[in-house]
Design a protein around this ligand. Structure first.
Ligand SMILES: Cc1cc2nc3c(=O)[nH]c(=O)nc-3n(C[C@H](O)[C@H](O)[C@H](O)COP(=O)(O)O)c2cc1C
Length: 240
């Protein structure tokens, strides 16, 4: 039996990516994200237009896609609800998504490597640092930009196509006897499903800081429904 529902989010479960980009002052930013899918040597990244990572990527055309394993929950939680965008604390409602971040407890953090206790590692083809703790790292360049939600005349999100230039992996996820293969029996990606964090197994890998954001806060990007259905679930700042 199926029921017809109107979800506020459609995060059915995708691997977490920690994207590193270069800030204007030459330092590096990290953002956790999971609206990512792969085809050939391309990755499509669904990112908020105002995010610091998006700005850095559009300006420099370079990034590293670092994939955390399912034992890296504490690092991802430390990065959740942080942004490289300065002054989130003083954001006004007119600033849209930056204000959403303020209302949902996001903090401005300039040095996210230091903040999360992660180790920068030099890349070979691009300027942003790799994250040493991540078992898989892909240096990449921006090759395409697609505006999402054009039917709604919204400029909130972009789909960014990046091309993988070089791939680095920890030895312990490589398939024995093969130069260029990952052993899926050994690779343990971290999955974000409806804001919660999982490995490939059935159980959560622990509490998720992202999941503190009420799902209804995302509804402007999904299905508008009667306010009376959602009022209870709205975060304080979103209540009328
Ligand atoms: C597990 C996880 C997955 C996320 N997935 C996305 C995503 O797919 N797209 C996105 O725009 N933001 C996503 N976010 C939120 C970003 O991390 C957030 O916007 C952050 O402030 C970006 O950092 P920046 O502003 O320094 O680039 C996710 C956060 C977490 C913790």
């Amino acid at each position: 039996m199926h029921q017809t529902i109107s979800p506020a989010i459609f995060y059915w479960g995708t691997p977490v990516v920690l994207i590193t980009t270069e800030n204007e002052d030459g330092s590096f930013n990290i953002a956790p994200m999971s609206s990512a899918w792969w085809l050939g040597n391309r990755c499509m990244l669904g990112l908020a237009t105002v995010s610091h990572t998006t700005r850095n990527l559009l300006r420099t055309k370079q990034c590293v896609l670092n994939l955390p394993s399912d034992d890296m929950r504490d690092y991802v939680n430390a990065l959740a609800r942080t942004t490289g965008t300065p002054n989130v604390a003083t954001a006004e409602p007119a600033s849209g998504l930056v204000f959403f971040k303020k209302m949902n407890g996001y903090k401005s953090v300039h040095d996210k490597f230091e903040h999360a206790g992660l180790t920068p590692q030099g890349a070979e083809c691009v300027r942003p640092a790799r994250i040493a703790e991540c078992p898989a790292q892909m240096e990449a360049e921006l090759v395409g930009v697609h505006k999402m939600f054009q039917d709604l005349d919204s400029d909130m999100t972009l789909a960014l196509e990046v091309k993988v230039l070089r791939t680095h992996v920890h030895d312990n996820i490589r398939m024995a006897g093969h130069r260029n293969r990952i052993d899926p029996d050994l690779w343990r990606p971290m999955i974000m499903s409806f804001q919660e964090l999982y490995g490939l197994g059935p159980k959560k890998i622990g509490a998720s800081v992202l999941a503190k954001i009420p799902e209804e806060g995302y509804r402007p990007l999904t299905n508008p429904i009667e306010d009376s259905d959602t009022e209870e679930a709205k975060p304080e700042g979103h209540k009328r």
